[in-house]
Design a protein around this ligand. Structure first.
Ligand code: AMP
Length: 213
């Protein structure tokens, strides 16, 4: 199954992708995770991407398309994948179509997660993540068992540099202007399903599995 998870920052795409990936045994491919890891390791990709991420802006299309092209060559994506945070612009979506076409593949479903802005901001400001294993928590909705420590690997949790109020506003603005057109793009192709992103992760997961069958 080849899936795209679409939706604004903070809607819970990553959390849902993580669960579905474990349950269906297909990889979750997140350009945000790949870029953050590169920033942490200070690779040339990371150095290039850092200022875009910290400013809440999109990393240039050519860079993220290159990342996905390389990642898709790995064997684990042959049986399916969940794309989380890619594509984010129409040119990225077009590049993905041609990439998949080369292997006679296509996208089965695009899940568009939806949530009101005030709740998105609440989720983003309370979000904490583990820089070691990428696990994600929320101070109120999904707190770690021990304060500030990852349940999975005991790493010290951090607040993402782009989860500050000013950057959050910018990211939502960028989402509306550059990513929102993809909803229409995939709707016209007949593969889009809308998912109400409100409620607990369990409630959203039940809606997700109902939508993909
Ligand atoms: P995310 O973890 O998906 O919220 O992504 C964090 C940041 O990484 C974004 O705000 C962008 O700066 C960058 N990024 C991630 N995915 C993409 C993409 N597909 N296109 C451009 N920039 C991206």
């Amino acid at each position: 199954m080849r899936l795209i998870f679409l939706g604004p920052p903070g809607v819970g795409k990553g959390t849902q992708a993580e669960r579905l990936s474990a349950q269906r045994r297909i990889p979750k491919i997140s350009t945000g995770d790949i870029l953050r890891e590169a920033v942490q390791k200070k690779t040339s990709l990371g150095v290039q991407a850092k200022s875009f991420i910290d400013g809440g802006k999109l990393v240039p299309d050519a860079v993220v398309i290159g990342i996905i092209r390389e990642r898709m060559k790995e064997a684990d994506s042959k049986e399916g994948f969940i794309l989380d945070g890619f594509p984010r612009t129409v040119p990225q979506a077009q590049a993905l179509i041609s990439m998949l076409l080369q292997d006679q593949r296509s996208i089965d479903r695009v899940l568009n997660f939806e949530l009101a802005d005030d709740e998105l901001i609440r989720r983003l400001t309370g979000r904490r993540s583990c820089p070691n294993c990428q696990a994600v928590y929320h101070l109120e909705y999904n707190p770690p068992k021990k304060p500030e420590l990852c349940d999975r690997c005991s790493g010290k949790l951090i607040q993402r540099s782009d989860d500050q109020p000013e950057t959050i506003r910018k990211r939502l603005e960028v989402y509306r202007s550059q990513t929102w057109p993809l909803v229409r793009f995939y709707e016209e192709q007949g593969v889009l399903r809308r998912i109400d992103g409100s409620g607990t992760p369990e409630e959203v997961y039940a809606r997700l599995t109902a939508a993909i069958g």
